[in-house]
Design a protein around this ligand. Structure first.
Ligand SMILES: [Mg+2]
Length: 295
């Protein structure tokens, strides 16, 4: 279980670090400039240090720390962590998250609704899907996974599409942590939803920050490939919202194969690798142990 939890966190961070180089680029531009990205090299529009991660990993850690601080009722603590992160002036921050922070005055759900109005009803970004994985890693109770996955999304993203995606994603992660294989876990959770399983066909939508498009691409990379490398490298070389799509897909693939099977040339490179191992251990100790919950 610890190997799977570590695999989830590292899989996500590796996807983020790899795809950070190509974020907002077109597939053609990536080919011209890099040929193909196979390694974590940094650079890109954020001028990343090799191994540096972005908001995907940062906000995932915020959710994780919030849950550890108060597992029974983590929303306030997650909020505190997100504000602390925002005050650190991060390089990469999504428009919906940014707008919700601007409106926050003590009530997250109100802030999210105001952001939704300000953005003229467009609050179904992928900013909450990118950070939700610790919920499935921390809780084994499916009801708790559903509840906290949705609430952490509704704090900044008013649109139900965003929270629905988080619930589906973490249900898949939960099944895998319980020993199910990746593909049947996806099949079981996707079938009753809006998402069509395109299988080996590339989705006919751009790999952008709209959560429905993000999810389509995540599913495509997970179902059309065989190895962790193919998932994260494939997503990274598509450009657009590449860091987030690689991170979200990498998180599930990482759970499937476990930390030890993720190539060490990726994991060794991550600037946050020591922190991630510590956090994974904390989640592992908390999971299945409600006595360790503070409230
Ligand atoms: Mg990012």
């Amino acid at each position: 279980m610890l190997d799977k939890i570590e695999g989830g966190l590292f899989g996500l961070a590796v996807g983020d670090a790899l795809g950070g180089t190509t974020e907002f680029m077109s597939e053609r531009k990536i080919k011209e400039q890099y040929g193909r990205i196979n390694e974590i090299i940094g650079g890109g529009c954020w001028n990343l240090t090799p191994g540096e991660t972005t908001d995907d990993t940062d906000m995932t850690i915020c959710v994780l720390k919030g849950i550890i601080a108060n597992a029974q009722n983590p929303i306030n603590e997650i909020g505190k962590e997100l504000l602390r992160w925002w005050e650190s002036d991060p390089k990469d921050i999504g428009i919906t998250v940014q707008t919700a922070f601007n409106f926050y005055q003590g009530d997250w759900f109100q802030a999210a609704e105001k952001a939704h109005d300000e953005l003229e009803g467009k609050s179904a970004g992928n900013g909450t899907l990118m950070r939700c994985l610790p919920v499935a890693l921390a809780y084994s109770d499916p009801k708790k996974i559903d509840e906290i996955s949705a609430l952490q999304s509704q704090m900044t993203h008013y649109d139900d599409l965003a929270s629905e995606a988080c619930v589906i994603y973490n249900r898949i992660a939960g099944r895998m942590l319980n020993g199910e294989a990746l593909e049947p876990a996806i099949q079981a959770e996707i079938k009753p939803t809006r998402y069509a399983l395109s299988g080996m066909r590339q989705p006919d939508c751009p790999p952008d920050g709209y959560v429905v498009h993000t999810m389509e691409w995540v599913l495509y990379w997970l179902l059309s490939t065989n190895s962790f490398e193919e998932v994260v490298i494939g997503a990274a070389n598509m450009g657009n919202d590449s860091d987030t799509i690689a991170a979200i897909a990498g998180g599930l693939k990482g759970i499937e194969i476990g930390f030890r099977q993720i190539p060490s040339r990726f994991t060794d490179k991550l600037l946050l690798k020591d922190d991630l191992r510590t956090y994974a251990k904390l989640l592992y100790e908390m999971r299945d142990n409600p006595a360790a919950w503070n409230n």
